[in-house]
Design a binder for this molecule. Structure first.
Ligand code: GLN
Length: 466
């Protein structure tokens, strides 16, 4: 595979053996961005190579991209919105500071639905990102720019933000790997808030091993984020990848692979389950019936929180004035303002919070019986640009399998499992217990090795030659 298809560890070796220099590698990806970004619309901003580096860091010299939702000192940060069109933050998000500290080089900031509101990047106030597998289709959202960039080999890995699917959905639609971490595992400091009790920061990459490598660098306590975990030293995620799965149990929620899911997607997941059975894993049915209320609960809580978070963008301290908000942000602020208002709070916000607790309890009960849970990421493969954008409720439903996971705060790994008849990637997600990322990475890694699903990614990359 040419350089653009290589994983972090493969590039690490090339750099260490001086087959390529750090600046050559950076320039190589910059050229690829120049060549392919005009057709993909993945990047909002590109960066110059930074001088701050850590020669001994595992990520030293590796070019990466970040969703434009993270504050980067001296580099424009828009969150996909015209409100922050000219905003240049005076500080770094912790995740960025940590990656710089590991020696990684930021190559650019990628497109997203404004404020994280959406599933297709069509709510970006700049442009819509195209799916590298078929330019007529969406790349997913809200971290769609990340999905497209990694899947077309324009950056080696990326950082996204997932409030209700925004890492997993674009990973799924673009045929890459994405991890939504346990709430609190990775600091949210400097991430532009969408819904603070649901927001998580996590890696997107071409392989499960890469995800584990990145996670070791970004996980752990941050005094600037009061909700961050107290792990001072995060676990060695890379050392557990090869563990045996014999005797482990996968739970499949009743009805999840039958109703409302594209038969081809469901078939691909069922075939993947057979591979896990070969490893000695037992598949059992579990009950997550409260998750049928997840979309309602999520959209009440997320809009309530976003109405509060977006109130700070008043045009006085930073950014343009409130007229610059797009329609979706306005819709969500109005809805959230309503659900939090006296007289309606009990009927909507409080009820949604109670449902959230019930969903969380359902997950806890299920995890008494099984090690991980497998579900679809999205009911379908990527949809066409324009297909759902005029029907907000239909767009909200595309995250039907994702939002319950954020409500419960548990981790989930989205990985590819095949390519559909239409030539679009398919996949599934592996959900784990709180702070049990090592188990879902272990399951993902074994599957990756056995199926060579990396082949899915390579197939997508074939059309993005140097
Ligand atoms: N599509 C969901 C929403 O619009 C999820 C977005 C996200 O995870 N940021 O709320």
């Amino acid at each position: 595979m040419e350089i653009f298809g290589k994983t972090i560890l493969e590039l690490r070796k090339m750099l260490d053996e001086k087959e390529i220099s750090e600046s050559e590698l950076f320039e190589y990806f910059r050229k690829r961005i120049e060549k392919y970004n005009p057709s993909l619309n993945a990047f909002l901003t590109t960066c110059e190579i930074s001088n701050e580096e850590n020669k001994n860091g595992i990520l030293n010299g590796i070019p990466f991209s970040m969703k434009d939702a993270f504050s980067t000192k001296g580099i424009k940060t828009t969150a996909g919105s015209r409100v922050l069109e000219n905003y240049v933050p005076p500080f770094d998000a912790t995740v960025f500071a940590k990656l710089k500290n590991s020696g990684a080089n930021l190559i650019g900031k990628t497109n997203q639905d404004a404020w994280g509101h959406g599933s297709s990047t069509e709510n970006s106030q700049y442009f819509t990102t195209k799916n590298p597998w078929n330019l007529g289709y969406v790349a997913g959202g809200s971290s769609g720019g990340e999905g497209a960039s990694i899947s077309a080999g324009l950056s080696v890995f990326g950082i996204g933000e997932d409030t209700g699917g925004s890492i997993r959905m674009p990973s799924n639609f673009c045929g890459i790997v994405g991890l939504k971490v346990t709430y609190g595992l990775v600091s949210r400091y400097g991430a532009i808030a969408y819904a603070s009790s649901l927001d998580t920061v996590g890696p997107m990459a071409k392989s499960v091993e890469d995800i584990a490598v990145i996670l070791e660098q970004i996980a752990g306590n941050d005094p600037f984020d009061a909700t961050s975990t107290d792990f001072i030293n995060p676990p060695k995620y890379t050392s557990k990848l090869k563990n045996s799965l014999v005797g482990k149990k996968i739970g499949i929620p009743k009805g999840y692979l039958e109703e409302g899911v594209d038969p081809e997607v469901s078939e691909s997941i069922k075939n993947s389950l057979k591979i896990f059975e070969k490893f000695g894993v037992q598949i059992v049915e579990i009950d997550l019936s409260t998750t049928k209320y997840a979309i309602e609960s999520y959209y009440l809580i997320a809009t309530s929180e976003t109405s509060s978070n977006l109130a700070r963008f008043d045009g006085i301290r930073f950014g343009n004035n409130r007229e610059s908000f797009g329609d979706e942000a306005k819709r969500r602020m109005m809805l959230g303002g309503f659900t939090l208002s006296a007289g309606y709070y009990d009927a909507y916000y409080k009820k949604a919070a109670q449902v959230r607790t019930a969903i969380s309890n359902d997950f806890k009960k299920a995890f008494n019986e099984v090690d991980v849970i497998i579900t679809p990421v999205s009911p379908t493969t990527a949809f066409k640009i324009g297909e759902n954008i005029n029907d907000p409720l239909q767009m909200y439903l595309t995250d039907v399998y994702n939002v319950s996971i954020n409500l419960a705060g548990v981790p989930s790994l989205a990985i590819p499992s095949g390519v559909s008849n239409k030539g679009l990637p398919m996949g599934f997600q592996i959900i784990g217990k709180h702070f049990n990322e090592e188990t879902i990475l272990n399951f993902g890694y074994k599957f990756e090795q056995e199926t060579d699903f990396f082949g899915v990614i390579k197939k997508g990359l074939e059309r993005y030659k140097d």
